[in-house]
Design a protein. Structure first.
Length: 75
């Protein structure tokens, strides 16, 4: 893959990511309009449950090693 092709692919990926972010923001705004403060309560509950599930997974040594390797590569 040439540098030009790689650059074009990266630009397309950035555009897709931005479109996804905008689509998600619109959806969240619609949910806030529809449900008001109940939306934030439901979202917060879901986020806490997701965090607890993640913490449970981190107890597995294989998962923890994989996570630490990934974090180390990103630095």
């Amino acid at each position: 893959m040439s540098f030009k092709e790689l650059r074009r692919e990266l630009e397309e990926e950035k555009k897709r990511n931005l479109e996804d972010i905008i689509r998600h923001a619109k959806w969240e705004a619609e949910m806030v309009k529809k449900l008001g403060s109940k939306w934030f309560e439901a979202r917060d509950k879901w986020l806490w449950e997701a965090l607890e599930a993640d913490k449970e997974m981190w107890k597995d040594p294989k998962v923890r090693r994989a996570l630490l390797k990934t974090i180390a590569r990103k630095k």
